[in-house]
Design a protein around this ligand. Structure first.
Ligand code: SF4
Length: 1024
C-alpha cells in the first residue's frame, strides 16, 4: 500500500532507521535516503521532530546542509537543494519487515513504513529526481501492493505443462545435477582446467536484480559461470555475447567513462549525440547540462578558468528525432541550441564532415590542441601520430577531395544541410576571445552504440581528439552516457574452445593476429586496407557473419542454430530484448519443450488417437498428468532428453515472472538489489561509487543471487564427492571459488551480525588481486586500485549518498575515526597536464561529510590515468546487409528506444499505477505526413512488421519524427517490444546489435475504443 490519493504522506519518525542507496534505474545514479520505522508512528514538520537529517559541506558546488535545514513547514518548489526535499505519495510504502535487532533478516516480522527520498546530500541529484526515480519507493514490495503480488517468491519447477512450487533443496539439487551432468558428458577437456562446460549458456545481466550495476552480485555470477562451469557462451545485458559495449573508445585510450559532472558544468560546448538525455539521463541533463546552458554555472567557470573568458554556452544535439531533449534545451536557450537530424545510420558521415570543416577552417585551434598531445608524448604519453595521419587522409580525405566535394557528399548521405554542418563546426571549432580553444564536452549513447557501433563511436572519438575534448582540462570530456549504472567485477571469461584468447577484432588485435608490425606509416596503411577488406567488405557486408563471434561467441544465434544444452537466464527477458527476439523465442521455446515432452512423455503415453466411439474410455482420465519425480530422477531424464532430442534445459532466475518463464524448467526467485541485498555500483558520468544498502527482507523465499550460486556450487561439489571424485578438477574449481562464501555463510548462521555480502566484497572485490591470483585466473574490478584493499561496505556506508569517485588514489582511515577518500575527476587530466583535479571526500565521526576538489601534482596519478590517444579512420560503407535488404520493400525506419517513464523491459512499471495508466500500451510515433498516407490517426492500432517479426502498437502521430522515420518504444511491460522487428545484424568488431537500424511496414488493424482513447494524450511534449 502506498499513500495514493489520500492527500498526505507520513514523515519519517525521529527514530527511523536510515540507509543510503542509489536509484535503481538509470545511468545518472542519483542518491536516495531510505527510512524505515514502525507503522503508525510519524515525524513532525520541524527539525528535531523527524528523522530526516543532513550533514554535508560541499565546497565544489558551494552547498552546506545542516540538521536544522530540514524544516518541512518551509517546503517550496525546488527546496530539495536546500535540504527540504519534497516527499510524495509514491515515495512511501507500508510493508512488513523483520526487526533485525540481532542482524539483517532476523527477528519478528512487524509492520513498517519505508520512505525512499531523493537525497539532497548527493552531489549528483542534490535532492532532485526524475519521474522514474520519484517512484522508487512504491516499487518496494509489500503484502498489500502490486509489487508484492507480482514478485516471484518461491522456487518452481515444471511438471508437465505447469510450473509448481518446490523446496529450494529440490530446485538446487535438480539444477546442480543437470549442470554437473552436462559438464561431465559434454564438457570440453582442457589440459589446465579439466572439463570446461561450454554446453551451458548463460544469459546474465551484468548488474543484478535491479537496474543498476552491482559488483557483489555479478562477481558471484562470474565465479559460477566463468570459473566453476567455465563456459565461453555467455551473453550480457542487451547484447548477444559477453563483451564490452564501447570497445572503440577503449582502443582509442580514454575509455567509456573518463570525465565528470564537474566537467559538464564547466563546458563551453556540450554535444549530445544519439542520447536523448532528457528522457534517458534526466537529472544529469536538467541539473547539470541545462544549468550550464542557462548560465547558472558561470561563477564555477570563473573559478576554474583563470584568465580565460567565460562565454555563452552552446548545445548541439544530434538525433534523427526532434526529441524532448531538443525541446527542453531550446526552452532554456533557444538561440544557442543546434539540432542536427541525420538519416538513421549515417552518423559516421556527419561526424567526419564536421571534423573536416573544423580541420580546414580552424586549423590554428586544432594545431594548438594537437600540440598538447605531442608535448605529453615527450613525457611518455602514447600519442599515435601515424594513426592520426591515417585518419586525416582516409576518413577526412584531405588530399583526395575538396571541402566542397566532401560536404556535398555528406549533405547527400546524411540529409543534414551543409549550412548546419558548418554551423556545428563553427560552434565547436571557432576559438573564444583571446584565441582560447573552446572547452568541448561530448556524450553519446545508444543512437551510436546500436548503430554500427565500432566505426560510429570511433568517428566521434576522432572528432573529440581534434576538438580537444580529450585534453584533460576542466570542462572537457568525451564519453558515453550509459543506460544504467555500472559495477563489473569478476574472473575473466574463458575463450571458446577453438581460440586461445577472447578479443574483439579491432585493428590493433587484427594486426597482432596477422603479424603486422606497426612501425611505419606504410604499416598502418597496410593494416587499414587489410582490416577493412577482411572484416567489412569481404566479411560482414558479404556474409553477414560477425567476425567477433570467432573470439566471443554470439550465444543467441548459436542457440537458434541448436547449440548448447542448458540456458541459465539471470535477470533479463530476452524474449523482449534480444535482437530479432521472436526468432530466439521460437528456438528456445521449441527446444525447451522437447525436453519437457521427453521427461513427462510417460504420463501421456496411454492416450492415442482413435475413431469416434459411442462411449468414451474413462480409464484415460485416470492417468496422472503431472507426477513429481524426485529431483534425481528428473535430472536423469533431462540428461537423457538433452542427449536424444537436441533440447534445451532452461533455468530462469529473476525477481518477476518474465516472458521467458513460459518456457523455463526451473524458476529461481531472487532478492531485489534495490533494498533486499546490499551491493555496490557507480554512476556512469563520474564513476561515483556507493553502497546500495539493504533495508527490507525479500518476499517469500526469494534469495540473493550470490546465495543461489553458492548453494548450487555447493551441491555440485557434494555430488562429485558422493561419487568419490572429490579431486575432479570441476569439483575443485567450484570449491576453490566458493569456499570463502560458504565459510562466511556458516559464520553468519552462528552470528547474524556477520554480513556475508561484506565478506564477499572484501575477498573478491577489495582484495581481488590476491584472490584471483590464488585462483590462477585473470580478473576485472572496474577502476580497482590498491586503495580498494582498505575498503569495505561499512566504510562505504559512512560516505552515504556522496560516495567516492573512482579510481581512488588514496583511502585514509584516521585515528579520530574519520575516513578520507581521494579520487581522480577527469582521467585525461593527469596524463596531459602538470596538475589534476582530485576529489576529496571526508566522513567525520559526527556524520558530517565534506567534499572538495584539490589540484594535485599529476605524478601521483599517472599510473591510473589514460596513457594513450589513438585515432582510427571510420569509413561509412553503406547500410549493413540485413538492413539494405529490408530497404527494398519496407518503407519506414523503426527507431528503437527507451521512453521516459518506461524502464528497460518495463519489469517494474506495473507496480506504479500512475505510470502504467499514462502508458498502458506500447506506442509508435508516426509523422503526420506518413500517417495521412497510411490512413492513421492517434489511437489507431497498427502491426509493425517485417520478415523478422511483428509487434502491435498504438499510433501517436507526432512531429518528433520526420517523414519516413518512426519511433517504436523499445519495451513495455505488456508488449514484446521493438526487438520483434530488429534484424540479426550485429557489428563485426564490437558485436553490438544494430537495434537502431531496421525497416518495417505498418498495417492498421483497429483503433482504441473511444472511452480508452479519451484517457490518453497524444500531444507532443513542449516546454516553456
Ligand atoms: S535520473 Fe536516473 S538515477 Fe536519477 S532519479 Fe531519474 S532514473 Fe533515477
Amino acid at each position: 500500500m502506498s499513500f495514493r490519493y489520500i492527500g498526505r504522506v507520513v514523515i519519517p519518525s525521529p527514530n527511523a532507521e536510515r540507509y543510503a542507496t542509489v536509484c535503481q534505474f538509470c545511468n545518472v545514479g542519483c542518491g536516495y535516503d531510505v527510512y524505515v520505522w514502525p507503522a503508525g508512528e510519524e515525524g513532525g514538520l520541524k527539525p528535531g521532530e523527524h528523522g530526516v537529517v543532513y550533514r554535508v559541506k560541499d565546497t565544489v558546488y558551494n552547498r552546506e546542509l545542516k540538521p536544522d535545514s530540514t524544516d518541512f513547514s518551509r517546503i517550496t518548489v525546488l527546496s530539495h537543494s536546500m535540504g527540504i526535499p519534497w516527499i510524495s505519495e509514491a515515495m512511501v510504502v507500508r510493508t512488513i519487515r523483520r526487526d533485525w535487532s540481532k542482524g539483517r533478516g532476523t527477528g519478528e516480522w512487524r509492520e513498517v513504513y519505508v520512505a525512499q527520498i531523493p537525497s539532497p546530500e548527493c552531489p549528483i541529484n542534490m535532492g532532485n529526481h526524475s519521474i522514474r526515480g520519484g517512484t522508487n519507493g512504491e516499487r518496494n514490495w509489500s503484502p498489500w501492493n502490486v509489487a508484492g503480488a507480482r514478485r516471484l517468491k518461491f522456487p518452481m519447477v515444471r511438471f508437465g505443462g505447469r510450473l509448481e512450487v518446490v523446496t529450494w533443496d529440490y530446485a538446487i539439487d535438480l539444477v546442480a545435477r543437470v549442470v554437473k551432468g552436462v559438464i561431465d558428458r559434454w564438457g570440453v577437456e582442457s589440459q589446465r582446467w579439466g572439463k570446461e562446460g561450454h554446453a551451458i549458456f548463460a544469459h546474465r545481466m551484468d548488474h543484478g536484480g535491479g537496474g543498476g550495476g552491482a559488483m557483489i552480485e555479478n562477481v558471484t555470477a562470474g565465479l559460477f559461470f566463468f570459473y566453476g562451469v567455465r563456459t565461453a557462451f555467455a551473453r550480457i545485458h542487451n547484447r548477444p555475447f559477453f563483451g564490452p559495449e564501447n570497445p572503440a573508445i577503449g582502443d582509442a585510450g580514454p575509455g567509456a567513462m573518463n570525465n565528470s559532472l564537474h566537467d559538464l558544468r564547466l563546458a563551453d560546448v556540450m554535444v549530445f549525440w544519439g542520447a536523448n538525455s532528457y528522457v534517458t539521463g534526466t537529472v544529469m541533463f536538467i541539473e547539470h547540462a541545462l544549468s550550464n546552458l542557462r548560465g547558472a554555472t558561470a561563477d564555477e567557470k570563473r573559478r576554474w578558468f583563470g584568465g580565460e573568458p567565460v562565454v555563452d554556452t552552446y548545445m548541439i544535439i544530434v538525433d534523427p528525432r526532434k526529441t524532448e531533449t531538443v525541446e527542453a534545451a531550446r526552452a532554456a536557450a533557444r538561440d544557442r541550441v543546434l539540432h542536427l537530424a541525420p538519416e538513421p545510420g549515417t552518423d559516421i558521415v556527419l561526424a567526419n564532415a564536421i571534423a573536416r570543416v573544423i580541420y580546414e577552417r580552424y586549423r590554428g585551434t586544432v594545431d594548438s590542441i594537437l600540440q598538447v598531445y605531442r608535448q605529453a608524448a615527450q613525457r611518455g604519453f602514447n600519442w599515435d601520430e601515424n594513426a592520426w595521419r591515417l585518419y586525416l587522409e582516409e576518413a577526412l580525405e584531405i588530399n583526395r577531395k575538396t571541402l566542397d566535394q566532401y560536404l556535398a557528399e555528406a549533405e547527400k548521405v546524411t540529409g543534414v544541410p551543409r549550412r548546419d554542418i558548418e554551423r556545428a563546426a563553427e560552434i565547436i571549432g571557432a576559438p573564444k576571445p583571446g584565441g582560447y580553444p573552446k572547452r568541448v564536452w561530448l556524450m553519446y549513447e545508444k543512437g551510436i552504440i546500436w548503430n554500427q557501433n565500432y566505426r560510429s563511436i570511433y568517428s566521434l572519438v576522432d572528432l573529440c581528439i581534434m576538438t580537444g575534448a580529450f585534453r584533460g582540462i576542466p570542462g572537457t570530456g568525451c564519453q558515453r552516457q550509459g543506460g544504467h549504472q555500472e559495477g563489473y567485477a569478476g574472473p575473466e571469461p574463458p575463450p571458446p574452445p577453438w581460440v586461445k584468447e577472447r578479443l574483439h577484432p579491432s585493428p590493433w588485435n587484427f594486426a597482432k593476429l596477422k603479424g603486422i608490425e606497426l612501425k611505419t606509416y606504410d604499416d598502418y596503411r597496410r593494416l587499414f586496407n587489410e582490416w577493412y577488406r577482411e572484416v567489412y567488405t569481404e566479411g560482414y557486408y558479404k556474409t553477414k557473419w560477425p567476425m567477433g563471434d570467432r573470439y566471443m561467441p554470439t550465444t543467441d544465434f548459436r542457440l537458434e542454430g541448436g547449440e548448447g544444452r542448458v540456458l541459465w537466464v539471470h535477470d533479463m527477458d530476452n524474449y523482449k530484448l534480444a535482437p530479432a527476439a521472436q526468432r530466439l523465442k521460437a528456438a528456445v521455446s521449441e527446444r525447451s519443450w522437447r525436453v519437457t515432452r521427453y521427461v513427462f512423455a510417460q504420463d501421456f503415453a496411454g492416450i492415442t488417437a482413435r475413431d469416434s466411439a459411442e462411449q468414451y474410455d474413462t480409464r484415460a482420465l485416470d492417468i496422472q498428468v503431472t507426477t513429481r519425480p524426485t529431483s534425481e530422477e528428473y535430472a536423469r531424464l533431462v540428461l537423457e532428453a538433452l542427449e536424444k532430442t537436441g533440447g534445451l534445459f532452461v533455468v530462469v532466475q529473476d525477481i518477476y515472472p518474465t516472458f521467458m518463464v513460459e518456457d523455463a524448467h526451473v524458476v529461481l526467485p531472487a532478492a531485489f538489489n534495490n533494498g533486499e541485498t546490499p551491493d555496490v555500483r557507480m554512476s556512469v558520468h563520474e564513476r561515483r561509487f556507493r553502497i546500495s544498502d539493504a533495508w527490507l527482507d525479500p518476499p517469500g523465499e526469494a534469495k540473493p543471487d550470490w546465495w543461489i550460486y553458492a548453494m548450487v556450487a555447493r551441491r555440485i561439489v557434494e555430488l562429485y564427492e558422493a561419487e568419490g571424485r572429490r579431486d575432479d578438477p570441476v569439483a575443485r574449481r567450484f570449491r576453490d571459488a566458493f569456499k570463502p562464501i560458504w565459510d562466511a555463510m556458516e559464520r553468519n548462521a552462528r552470528d547474524p551480525s556477520v554480513e556475508v555480502e561484506n565478506e564477499i566484497f572484501k575477498v573478491y572485490i577489495a582484495n581481488a588481486d590476491e584472490t584471483f591470483s590464488r585462483l590462477g585466473v585473470g580478473w576485472e574490478v572496474q577502476y580497482w586500485t590498491p586503495a580498494f584493499k582498505k575498503l569495505d561496505l561499512n566504510i562505504l556506508r559512512k560516505f552515504r549518498t556522496v560516495g567516492v569517485i573512482l579510481p581512488l588514489t588514496e583511502l585514509k582511515i584516521n585515528p579520530d575515526g574519520s575516513v578520507e577518500a581521494r579520487g581522480i575527476v577527469n582521467l585525461m587530466e593527469p596524463a596531459l597536464n602538470p596538475q589534476y583535479r582530485e576529489e576529496v571526500v571526508v566522513a567525520r565521526p559526527d556524520g558530517t561529510i565534506e567534499r572538495r576538489i584539490e589540484l594535485v601534482s599529476s605524478e601521483k596519478a599517472r599510473g591510473y590515468a589514460v596513457n594513450k590517444l589513438r585515432a582510427w579512420p571510420s569509413l561509412w560503407l553503406g547500410h549493413p546487409l540485413y538492413v539494405a535488404e529490408l530497404m527494398k520493400d519496407y518503407k519506414y525506419w523503426v527507431l528503437n528506444g527507451r521512453y521516459n517513464e518506461i524502464w528497460q523491459t518495463g519489469y517494474q512499471d506495473p507496480n506504479s499505477e500512475v505510470l502504467i495508466r499514462r502508458w498502458p500500451y506500447a506506442f509508435i510515433q508516426v509523422n503526420p505526413e506518413d500517417a495521412r498516407r497510411e490512413g492513421l490517426e492517434n489511437g489507431d492500432i497498427v502491426v509493425v512488421y517485417n520478415p523478422h517479426g511483428s509487434v502491435p502498437a498504438i499510433v501517436w502521430v507526432s512531429e518528433m519524427v520526420k517523414p519516413g522515420v518512426t519511433f517504436l518504444i523499445m519495451a513495455h511491460p505488456y508488449s514484446v517490444g521493438a526487438n520483434a522487428v530488429t534484424t540479426p545484424s550485429v557489428e563485426p568488431v564490437a558485436q553490438n546489435p544494430d537495434y537502431k537500424l531496421t525497416r518495417a511496414n505498418l498495417r492498421k488493424i483497429g483503433s482504441l475504443r473511444p472511452e480508452v482513447k479519451a484517457t490518453l494524450t497524444f500531444k507532443d511534449i513542449k516546454f516553456s
